[in-house]
Write a protein that binds this ligand. Structure first.
Ligand SMILES: Cc1cc2nc3c(=O)[nH]c(=O)nc-3n(C[C@H](O)[C@H](O)[C@H](O)COP(=O)(O)OP(=O)(O)OC[C@H]3O[C@@H](n4cnc5c(N)ncnc54)[C@H](O)[C@@H]3O)c2cc1C
Length: 306
C-alpha cells in the first residue's frame, strides 16, 4: 500500500496516553489542517482502513496488540486556540486546560471547568467531559465533525450528550469547536482557576500515570445509595489492590495507576477484579468510563454471575 505524505507505520501509542501502556498503531498521522484531515480520512476509507483518533490520551486504554488501521492525532491549526470577540475557537486537538487558561487571560469566563480536565476539546466533546458542575454543552456553540465525506457543523443539541457520552461514531473526528463565553474580570477568573486547581490537588492523586476515572458512577441505583464508583471500589477493598504493574490508587480508588511496568492486560485484569468485588458486595455492575483503542480481551472474571 502506498502511504500518503506524513503517514507512518508501527507507531508506538503508549507515550500518547497518560497511563503509558499498549502497543503500536499500524498507521499513524498528525494532520494539521481540516483539509488535510478530510483527505486523510477519505484515503483511509478508500483503502478500507478503520480510523481512530487520539487526543491527550487521558481516558484511553490502548490494547497491548495495538490498533489495526489508521490513528490520527490533531496538530498545528487543529490544536490552535483563537479569540473571536467573546468566542474562543479551538482546534479539536487543543488542550482544554490551555484553552481555559487562555480564556482567563483574555478575560473570558465560562471555560473555567476545563482547567482540571487534562484532555483535548475533541476528547472532551466525545466524552462529554465535566467537572464541578461546569457543563460543556452550556458554553459549546458548535463543533466541526470531519469524516471521509468532508466537514459538517453540529450544535450541542445534535451531539446526543448524556453522562460521559455523546453520539460521535468511530471515524468521526471533532476538528474544531467554538465556545461562546462571557466577559469577566481577568483577576476574578484566574482566582477561580486557582481555587479549582487547589480543590483538585486535595481530592486526586497527582504525578501518577493514570487515565482518570476507570468506571462510571452508577446510574441512579438504589443499591448504590448515591455512592460513587470510587466509594464502592473502596468499600469493596480495592484501594491499593495490585495486579502486575497496575493498582487502584491509594488516594482515589476509581483511578488505576501504572505503578511501573504495567501492561494493558494488567489493567484489564485489575478492572475485572475491582468490578467482580463490587458486584459480589453490592450487586452493582460497574461499567467502564475509560475508552478502549484496539481489540482487547477481558479476563473471564469480567462476566458477572446472574
Ligand atoms: C488526572 C485525570 C483527571 C481527569 N478528570 C476528569 C474530570 O474531572 N472530568 C472528566 O470528564 N474527565 C476527566 N478525566 C478524563 C479525561 O481527561 C476526559 O475524558 C477527556 O475529555 C479525554 O480527552 P482526551 O483528549 O484525552 O481523549 P482521549 O483519552 O485521547 O480519547 C478518549 C475518547 O475520545 C475520542 N477522541 C479524542 N479526540 C477526539 C476528537 N478530536 N474527535 C473525536 N473523538 C475524539 C477518542 O477516540 C476516545 O474514544 C481525567 C483524566 C485524568 C488522567
Amino acid at each position: 500500500m502506498m502511504l500518503p505524505d506524513g503517514v507512518e507505520r508501527d507507531y508506538p501509542l503508549a507515550r500518547l496516553t497518560t497511563v503509558r501502556t499498549g502497543g503500536t498503531a499500524e498507521l499513524f498521522a498528525r494532520p494539521d489542517e481540516e483539509r488535510k484531515l478530510a483527505a486523510l480520512l477519505g484515503w483511509a476509507a478508500s483503502e478500507g482502513l478503520a480510523v481512530a483518533v487520539v487526543g491527550s490520551g487521558s481516558n484511553l486504554l490502548v490494547s497491548d496488540a495495538g490498533y489495526r488501521g489508521l490513528v490520527v492525532k490533531l496538530d498545528g491549526q487543529l490544536s490552535g486556540i483563537e479569540r473571536q470577540g467573546t468566542r474562543v475557537v479551538c482546534g479539536g486537538g487543543a488542550r482544554l486546560p490551555s484553552a481555559a487558561a487562555q480564556a482567563a487571560r483574555w478575560g473570558l469566563s465560562g471555560l473555567e471547568f476545563g482547567i482540571n480536565i487534562p484532555g483535548t476539546v475533541g476528547g472532551a466533546v466525545k466524552m462529554n467531559a465535566n467537572a464541578y458542575g461546569g457543563e460543556l454543552g452550556r458554553v459549546l456553540e458548535w463543533v466541526n465533525v470531519c469524516t471521509a465525506g468532508g466537514v459538517e457543523r453540529r450544535e450541542p443539541s445534535q451531539l446526543g450528550f448524556a453522562y460521559r457520552r455523546s453520539n460521535l461514531q468511530p471515524g468521526e473526528v471533532v476538528s474544531r469547536g467554538s465556545f461562546r463565553l462571557s466577559e469577566g474580570e481577568v483577576a476574578e477568573i484566574k482566582g477561580t482557576l486557582a481555587e479549582m486547581r487547589g480543590k483538585r490537588r486535595d481530592a486526586q492523586p497527582s504525578g501518577i500515570k493514570t487515565f482518570g476515572s476507570t468506571f462510571k458512577n452508577p446510574a441512579d441505583d438504589r443499591r448504590a445509595e448515591g455512592r460513587t464508583a470510587g466509594q464502592l471500589l473502596e468499600a469493596a477493598g480495592c484501594r491499593e489492590l495490585r495486579i502486575g504493574g497496575a493498582r487502584f490508587s491509594e488516594k482515589h480508588a476509581n483511578f488505576v495507576e501504572n505503578a511501573g511496568g504495567a501492561t494493558t492486560a494488567d489493567i484489564l485484569a485489575l478492572m475485572a477484579e475491582g468490578r467482580r468485588r463490587v458486584h459480589a458486595r453490592f450487586g452493582i455492575s460497574l461499567e467502564p468510563e475509560v475508552q478502549v483503542l484496539g481489540e482487547i480481551e477481558w479476563p473471564d472474571t469480567w462476566d458477572l454471575p446472574g
